[in-house]
Design a protein around this ligand. Sequence first.
Ligand code: ADP
Ligand code: MG
Length: 562
Amino acid sequence: MNHTLQGLRSTLHQLDGNGYGAYKRLKGSYDYGEFDLVIDHVQSDPYAPPSSIRVIFALADTSIPHSMCEGHDRRVATADFIARDLTKLLCGCSYRGLSMSKPGQEILERTNVVVSDDTVEVRLSVSLPAGGRRIKGRAAAHVLTNDLPDLIERSALLSGMDQEALSRQVDLYLDQRNLQQQLADRGLVSFVGDGSVLPRSSGDSDLPLRSGVAFRSPQTFREEFTLPSGRTVTGMGVPRGITVIVGGGYHGKSTLLRAMERGVYPHVGGDGREWVLTAPDAVSIRAEDGRAVTGVDISPFIANLPSGTRTESFTTTNASGSTSQAANLAEALELGTSLLLIDEDTSATNFMIRDPAMRELIPAGSEPITPFVDRVRPLLEERNTSTVLVAGGTGAFFGVADHVIAMDEYIPSDVTARAHEIAARDSTATGNDDAAEPIFARRPRRVPQADALSPSDRRKPARGRGLDSIQVGREDIDVAYLAQLVDSSQTNAIALCLEAVTRELDGSTDLVASVHHVMERLERDGLDALVRRGGPRGDLAWPRAQELHGAISRYRKLKLRS
Ligand code: ADP
Ligand code: MG
């Protein structure tokens, strides 16, 4: 550490008017007294992605109590708290030029703020100011030596700390984690707390609808959890098994399902979904026509195609509604999941059901598709995979459902008994007549070729592009339909994980094993270890194995060993 704040200021004043490239000289560490500033990366021109800097504190020099940083989960919650506070301050436009990757409504492990046993690191981007292609040294000095210390000074790291709010957030996160871990022991796959507000304020916002009707569990599903902070939470426990959500259009069915789907992640206080928690490996399944499918066993759902194409290892560059939904489901099973979440709104009808009239007209032998209604129970029995399904337009699932929940003006009630009566009366409603032969006994392994994921252009490493795509060489992987990919920082991390998977592949390792290896290494070494080029990044967030596997499965150039 040989530079000081004053040194940085005078260097910047000297650089004023020089060619932009001279900013490179700033790389290095600066002692600001209360903290250190590290300039890791300097952009090469004014239009390039901004420069990366880090503010590093000794934990003891911040207002964060040491007790809030004990153990991994407390550190995640504390880092998230600091990040939210900083992004809020940065939103006021008084700090033009400085930015930080902004957390969404989920509390995730991220790299924008990293809390360790004895340090706190804040990672920011800064656009170094230019006039044309010349350095604006005085403006840069203002950003780095006035605005930056001012931002830090006002933040929760120092004087702006609301210790009670921090401790509330840490307690909340520990309680949420604990509740999520208790689900399996209670025989539950999801939980929706009483008082939750599930709808969002608009289609393109993840903030709560202020006027939303609060959730209230049916008495028969009510569960109570006592959590580490001492609080108790009550709400609707969705048991393992097959659960169908019914109700009239516009009564809140999809909103409930969507909240469960997001419940794989804990949500921040005030979100309305704090007490919606779902089995962490739950996968939302939908139709996704047009997607590429490579070597997936969809035979439990689709077989005997008129073309003679084998569906034990099905490949297409342009899947139909039903095949894409079958592939999404088969891939989820390949990785392993305890819960499928399916909404009629985003499903292919012919994948889901076939009504008695159609069963009569087209004999099963001439229909390649065995609808999901005939497979949902074997899935549970053979794979211990539960399903929560929204079906407002068909009673076909009544007979196979363990539980039926009716939504009426956003309030659920238990209508299982009535639905079972109806199903018994119309026993032709489902054709669940399959023989005792196991259906999901095969555990096919997809083994990618050693170079299956290597980009055609090695100078172009994989990178995330927002929420919807990942660039691998000249290819783009379309991940827009991975509904549980919620943050562009997760996409960035998945891009780096893809490179890690690429290094695992040797032509004999199967895809699932390599995904698990990479996730295990991530658990052990942390997000920062994913970065192999350049300095530490502030734009990564914890991904799930499900989305990593989903992204690889959608890669159009995936090549499997035959
Ligand atoms: P469905 O799937 O039953 O047709 P949706 O879940 O799509 O219904 O919800 C329909 C509308 O009602 C949406 O605009 C949604 O935001 C709103 N909504 C859902 N749940 C609530 C609630 N608890 N309070 C107020 N509005 C809600
Ligand atoms: Mg709906």
